[in-house]
Design a protein around this ligand. Structure first.
Ligand SMILES: [Zn+2]
Length: 123
């Protein structure tokens, strides 16, 4: 059973449902290896702890992007989203699927493609 869980492949539907972006794939099988949190990418984390927030501001923003790897379990996404993006996640999770699909285009302060360094393409 744990072995099967570890093999849990990425569900493409979760890109929209949980605001995820595929970050890298296995070169041989093209299976998804890692996905990034789009809320981290577009909005950053909602730090409530002041010392942590100051510390994180010193670092480059891209280093704070949450990345998920196998097993791709929804409870892992939800745990991160509800802790690090509570306000936005509360808005996002109640949206209809088509609204989720355009959420980042409508709400993101900057365009995704212009802000993410090329190394996120997995080269
Ligand atoms: Zn995040």
């Amino acid at each position: 059973m744990p072995r099967a869980t570890l093999r849990t492949p990425f569900n493409p539907d979760h890109q929209v449902n949980y605001g995820l972006s595929i970050a890298s794939r296995d070169a041989a099988t093209s299976e998804v290896v890692s996905v990034n949190c789009l809320l981290c990418i577009h909005f950053g984390r909602e730090d409530t702890d002041t010392s942590t927030a100051q510390e994180e501001r010193k670092r480059r923003r891209t280093e704070n992007i949450k990345s998920f790897t196998r097993p791709f379990r929804t409870d892992n996404y939800v745990r991160h989203l509800s802790r690090q993006h509570k306000a936005r996640w509360d808005q996002f999770k109640i949206l209809a699927r088509n609204q989720k699909a355009t959420f980042f285009q409508r709400n993101a302060p900057v365009r995704h493609m212009n802000t993410i360094p090329s190394h996120f393409a997995g080269n």
